[in-house]
Ligand binder design. Sequence first.
Ligand code: MF3
Ligand code: CO
Ligand code: CO
Length: 262
Amino acid sequence: MSYSEQFSGIRKAGNLAAHVLDFVTPYVISGITTQELNDLCHQETLRHGGESAPLHFQGYPQATCISLNHVVCHGIPSSRKLVDGDILNIDVTVILDGWFGDTSRMFYVGTPPLKARQLVEVTYRALNESLTCVRPGGHLGDIGACIQHIAEGAGYSVVRDFCGHGIGRVFHGDPAVLHFGERGTGVVLQPGMTFTIEPMINAGRPEVKILQDNWTAVTRDRSLSAQFEHTVGVTETGVEVFTLSAAGYTCPPYTANSGLAP
Ligand code: MF3
Ligand code: CO
Ligand code: CO
């Protein structure tokens, strides 16, 4: 059973989603609206022959999710202008040739307070470390346990109400990828499996509340929240990350290479 066609489809979609985040990065500055960032992402997706998966998905009104500060996920782009000190997540999912690629990163506006930057760095580390748990014979619970250990070890909490998901020709499939759990439990990972890992980590308590728009999830205690997301596949030997940045953007701040010496 070959999954090479599946991997090449998701790889192309994942690369495009990551490219869209690379593309929008220099525009993430004070004064721009989240609607403008959304539209830049949407246009760049279309320009490359893709579609924005969130648009009209279960009635969702925009092409991307942009979640600021205490927004955990599914923030709806709006006329809100970015201001210095904001932290935000931009979540891009594209459909290319029928395959889905789903990725999100955090961004800084100016230099946010140290507490905010530390939350973002720990969340990045939690996702990054969890990638080492993706290998044949490993368990899904290894991923959640790794993320929980890092987040709680830093004094933060893991959001329980949202999880990663199988992905491929569908946006959200099996398995559910929990961002907490016990090592050695859950589904055994096998070559060919493809799913997202997308931990949401709160500076305060884990509980979320959904706003009146029926989408925006915020922390109940209004503490800051951070998230990163990759689409990954289990290979014969380990993991392939389909949504790496070609520009080398990992964790903010993202300093564009001007080509000039410092
Ligand atoms: N991209 C999100 C995820 O990581 C899902 C967004 S669904 C939407 O799964 F409808 F809110 F866009
Ligand atoms: Co996802
Ligand atoms: Co996503």
